[in-house]
Design a protein around this ligand. Structure first.
Ligand code: DGY
Length: 307
């Protein structure tokens, strides 16, 4: 029996399977453990089930010499220093596939909401500003027939592209290995949707220069990772009308403080990192995380190992 620290309560029954075999310590609070608490609870553990909100680095591994496995309850793992894990002989796993559909659905929800100004229109009803049908009010942009630029050709990017065909959209793709150049994608797209991982190369990929290449009628959608977009440049682009709008599931930092200047930008829709937040997806993510931990602690390869 191994001691496992789970950094948040999880939906579904996956943790019951872990608790049948191992001693499970689940962080009970709504807010994640701070770095000191994370180190304290992980010291002495052989398994760690972590979230995107946990920073898993060399210092943590140094203080947890018995740690054998980290199962991140997410497909992205930019919160983990994978190189340090390798140096410390700690296996790392993630949860690919099971959140692809949910995240692609949310991407389209954001795209449609921003294009057709749903938040602004709904607010006008609640605020009593809807006094009559007006031919020139609440005008947005057509999604059908528009050009969608997808940055990143992973599972989620592909799933977004499939949804776009149902809207008769022209799809442009840019990735490291194929597709059009980023400049061409930015210049031709009515909607630019980000689906690449956060790496040193993609940090601030969408900076002032990139935003300046976009059409003034274009909308940026980010359901990948916040730091892929330079938030200062985005705020300026929205204030100056360089682009028509942005819809963000992820931000930098996360969450944005209530007084963050970006939040005062016009035509900005921000939701709280809910790409995978469907009952089914989150329960499957928990199951895959437990599968990864159980395998690693039994001395077997994780079924979803980060390589
Ligand atoms: C992921 O899985 O990487 C998401 O961002 C968290 O749901």
């Amino acid at each position: 029996m191994a001691r496992c620290f789970v950094t948040r309560q999880l939906p579904g029954t996956a943790l019951d399977r872990l608790a049948e075999v191992h001693e499970v310590d689940v962080w009970p609070e709504r807010l994640p453990p701070d770095p000191d608490e994370l180190r304290r609870r992980t010291a002495g553990a052989r398994g760690l089930l972590s979230m995107v909100t946990d920073r898993i680095d060399g210092e943590l591994f140094d203080g947890a010499p018995e740690l054998e496995a980290v199962a991140n309850c997410a497909v992205g793992y930019d919160n983990i220093d994978v190189e340090a894990a390798r140096e410390h002989g700690v296996a790392v796993g993630n949860t690919p596939g099971v959140l692809t559909g949910a995240t692609a659905d949310l991407t389209f929800a954001l795209l449609l909401s921003a294009a057709r100004r749903l938040p602004q229109s709904a607010a006008s009803v609640l605020e009593g500003d809807w006094v009559t049908w007006e031919p020139g009010a609440h005008l947005g942009y057509d999604v059908h027939g528009a050009t969608l630029g997808i940055v990143g050709r992973g599972r989620i990017g592909e799933a977004v592209a499939r949804r776009a065909t149902g809207f008769d959209m022209e799809v442009l793709v840019h990735s490291r290995s194929c597709g059009v150049s980023l400049d061409e994608l930015l210049e031709r797209s009515d909607f630019v949707s980000l689906h690449c991982p956060l790496t040193p190369e993609t940090r601030h990929l969408i900076d002032a220069g990139a935003l300046a290449r976009m059409k003034p009628t274009a909308i940026l959608v980010n359901t990948a990772r916040g730091p892929i977009v330079d938030p200062v440049a985005l705020g300026r682009a929205l204030h100056e009308g360089t682009i028509a709008g942005a819809a963000l599931d992820v931000t930098d930092p996360e969450p944005l403080p209530a007084d963050d200047p970006l939040l005062s930008a016009p035509n900005l829709l921000v939701v709280p990192h809910i790409g995978s937040a469907s009952h089914a997806a989150r329960e499957k993510m928990a199951e895959l995380s437990v599968d990864n931990l159980l395998a690693a602690l039994a001395g077997e390869p994780m079924p979803h190992a980060v390589t």
